[in-house]
Design a binder for this molecule. Structure first.
Ligand SMILES: [Zn+2]
Length: 355
C-alpha cells in the first residue's frame, strides 16, 4: 500500500457532508482485498475483516468521511450562487478560495467563493467580517439561466474546497484539504492492512461515517449496525501550537496523535484512555493528551450507543481545520496508526471488561 498516495486520494476526494460517494469509492479501492464491504443509505461504509468470526468482542474503528462544504440555496439574478454552509465554518474563512460545485451530470465545476470586491467596499465594510448573505460562489455565469443551462447547476448542488494534496518530504509536511477527517479514513485502512494476517482476540470493523460535520449523524447509525463492545475514533484534530501559549499547547504538530480526556460531548472512558496512554509510553509511541473545552467527535454518539461503549479518540494534529487548507505530518499519522494497531493486537474480552 502506498500510504502517501492513499492519503492524497482521500484528501483530494470531493465529499461534503451528505455527498460522500467519491470518498467511499477511494475507501473501497484501499480496503483489504478480502474484506467484506457494506454500505447503507446514509452512505456509511463498513469494512469487515476477513478473519472476523462473529464470536469475539467487536472493536469498531470509526472515521468520518465527510468534509466541510456548501450547498447552493438559490441562484441570484447576476448568476452567482447563494449558499448555505455544510459544517462549522467561520465567515472569515470562507471567501476568496477555489471550490468545486457538483453539476447535474456529476461533473465538478470550478468556482470561487466571493464577497464584495474591496474596490466597492465602504471603509466600514472593509473593517468587518462579511455576512454569509453577502457571499456567493461564482462559477462565471451571468444569469440564473446560464448557471442552470450552460453549467448544469441546480439548487441543492453541493460544493467543497478545491485543493490538491502536496507533500514536502524534506520537512515531513502535508498540505491539503479535508485532513479532518480523511486522515482518519486513511488510518482505518492502514490499521486494517497492518493487522491483515494476524490472529486477534477481537473482531474488527472499520466504519466510515457520513455527516459528522452535521452533528455526528452517520455514526449514530454505524454504532447501531456494528454493535461494538469497544471503539477507537480516528480524527483529524485541531492543532493548537500556532494558536495558544506553549504551556497550554496540547495538540502540537509532530508530537504524535492527541488523545482527549474530554470534549464538549464526551468524557473519555478514563480506564481505556489510561490503558492506551500507558501502552503508548511503554512502546515509545509519541502521543499527546488534551483536556478540551470544545469540539466533539463521533465518540459522542458511539460511546452512548448500546449499553455504553468504552471509546477513545486518536486525533492526528492538523493545523487550520475547518478552513480550506490544513497542515499535518506523516509521522503523526504513522504514530496514530501504530498506536491503534498495538491496542488492537492486545485487546481481549478481559481487558474490555476491566474498562
Ligand atoms: Zn471537523
Amino acid at each position: 500500500m502506498n500510504e502517501l498516495q492513499m492519503i492524497a486520494d482521500f484528501s483530494n476526494a470531493f465529499g461534503p457532508s451528505g455527498f460522500e460517494d467519491d470518498v467511499l469509492a477511494v475507501a473501497r479501492r484501499y480496503a483489504p482485498q478480502d474484506a467484506r464491504i457494506e454500505e447503507d443509505s446514509l452512505r456509511n461504509l463498513y469494512i469487515y475483516r476477513k478473519a472476523n468470526t462473529g464470536g469475539k468482542p467487536i472493536i469498531q474503528l470509526d472515521a468520518h468521511s465527510d468534509e466541510l462544504g456548501f450547498m447552493v440555496q438559490a441562484i441570484r439574478p447576476n448568476g452567482t450562487l447563494k449558499f448555505l454552509p455544510l459544517g462549522s465554518w467561520v465567515n472569515s474563512n470562507i471567501p476568496a478560495h477555489k471550490v468545486r460545485v457538483r453539476a447535474r451530470d456529476g461533473s465538478l465545476i470550478s468556482g470561487i467563493t466571493t464577497a464584495k470586491p474591496p474596490h466597492f467596499m465602504t471603509d466600514a465594510e472593509k473593517n468587518r467580517m462579511p455576512a454569509l448573505e453577502e457571499m456567493a460562489i461564482d462559477v462565471g455565469a451571468s444569469s440564473p439561466e446560464e448557471a442552470r443551462e450552460a453549467y448544469g447547476i441546480r439548487i441543492a448542488a453541493p460544493a467543497a474546497p478545491d485543493v490538491t494534496f502536496e507533500y514536502d518530504e524534506k520537512h515531513d509536511i502535508m498540505i491539503g484539504k479535508a485532513f479532518d477527517n480523511r486522515l482518519g479514513c486513511a488510518a482505518i485502512q492502514a490499521t486494517l492492512a497492518a493487522l491483515n494476517d494476524e490472529a486477534l482476540a477481537v473482531d474488527v470493523v472499520g466504519a466510515m461515517a457520513s455527516q459528522e460535520e452535521m452533528n455526528c449523524r452517520g455514526a449514530v447509525v454505524t454504532a447501531r449496525r456494528v454493535k461494538p463492545q469497544i471503539a477507537i475514533v480516528f480524527e483529524g484534530s485541531p492543532a493548537d501550537d500556532t494558536g495558544v501559549e506553549p504551556w497550554l499547547s496540547q495538540t502540537a504538530l509532530r508530537k504524535g496523535p492527541m488523545l482527549r480526556h474530554i470534549d464538549s460531548r464526551m468524557i473519555t472512558n478514563p480506564r481505556f484512555q489510561r490503558w492506551a496512554l500507558d501502552l503508548a509510553e511503554e512502546l515509545g509511541i509519541p502521543a499527546q493528551e488534551a483536556v478540551r473545552s470544545g469540539g466533539a467527535t463521533n465518540g459522542a454518539p458511539i460511546h452512548l450507543s448500546g449499553l455504553g461503549i468504552p471509546c477513545i479518540v486518536i486525533g492526528m494534529p492538523v493545523r487550520y481545520i475547518h478552513s480550506h487548507y490544513g497542515i499535518a505530518s506523516l509521522s503523526d499519522f504513522r504514530s496514530g496508526v501504530r498506536l491503534a494497531t498495538e491496542i488492537i493486537r492486545r485487546m481481549n474480552e478481559d481487558i474490555i471488561r476491566s474498562f
